[in-house]
Design a protein around this ligand. Sequence first.
Ligand SMILES: CCCCC/C=C\CCC/C=C/CC(=O)SCCNC(=O)CCNC(=O)[C@H](O)C(C)(C)COP(=O)(O)OP(=O)(O)OC[C@H]1O[C@@H](n2cnc3c(N)ncnc32)[C@H](O)[C@@H]1OP(=O)(O)O
Length: 244
Amino acid sequence: MMKFKSPPVNSLSLDFLTEFSISLEKLENDRACRGVIITSAIPKIFSSGLDITEMCGKSVEHYAEFWRAVQEMWLRLYGSNMVTVAAVNGASPAGGCLIALSCDYRIMAENPKFSIGLNEAQLGIVAPFWFKDTFVNVVGQRIAERALQLGSLYPAPEALKLGLVDELVPEEKLLEKASAVMAQWLALPDHARQITKSMMRKAVLDRLVAHREEDIKYFINFISKESIQKSLRMYMEMLKKKKS
Ligand SMILES: CCCCC/C=C\CCC/C=C/CC(=O)SCCNC(=O)CCNC(=O)[C@H](O)C(C)(C)COP(=O)(O)OP(=O)(O)OC[C@H]1O[C@@H](n2cnc3c(N)ncnc32)[C@H](O)[C@@H]1OP(=O)(O)O
């Protein structure tokens, strides 16, 4: 089991992403490890998504390093040979949702206050093509089109209806259920399951691998625009004001 613990809200900073990728790599190379449950140690928060401060007022070199780390995390998780189960025990916007979507199975706590989705459009930014591809592979084109254009965050019951998560359980039963699902998936021979998983995900993974440098350039170009920087600053201010 991997438990995110980066207070206050498990934002995906460069350090967090690097540590996450290294942990995944270690587990992947450990023949004794056939599956991983991903959850959070922070109450009410699975992950708040990419750390917005990493995308504000930084150098081009920093943006490149940060984006490469985001790509690396996704390539490792989406392309993992292990069984991956997300036990979503709190809010899961944007990059947090991407992590859940990249797993093989998503179980969410049945709390309508917890929401999940790719809300980038609400921040005035655009979900990259591989976030979009991952989303489409889970919920299908029509639901993804609407959800991404509106940047919708769905409360747990709605997320279940759309197929964004596979099931809801009472929060106290989340890890028990995740373990039961893991046991069910691990009962199959690894070889057949792994080849099938790879077959289902290969095209989407290959697309990023083939365009990785181009994608970094797009990101830098996009995020460096003054209008985008302004949107992100305003969003951060809004988050801070919400408290007072
Ligand atoms: C054409 C080609 C285009 C190519 C474009 C390429 C790329 C661009 C796309 C980049 C993709 C980005 C994906 C993302 O993940 S962006 C991040 C989106 N995340 C969010 O919108 C979530 C924002 N946060 C929240 O909604 C809430 O914080 C919460 C997670 C629901 C938790 O709420 P609560 O418990 O009430 O906590 P607070 O709101 O008070 O937050 C505590 C603390 O943490 C700061 N914070 C929250 N989220 C983030 C974040 N994502 N990054 C950095 N910091 C964050 C918040 O400001 C508070 O800070 P202070 O204590 O200092 O006030």
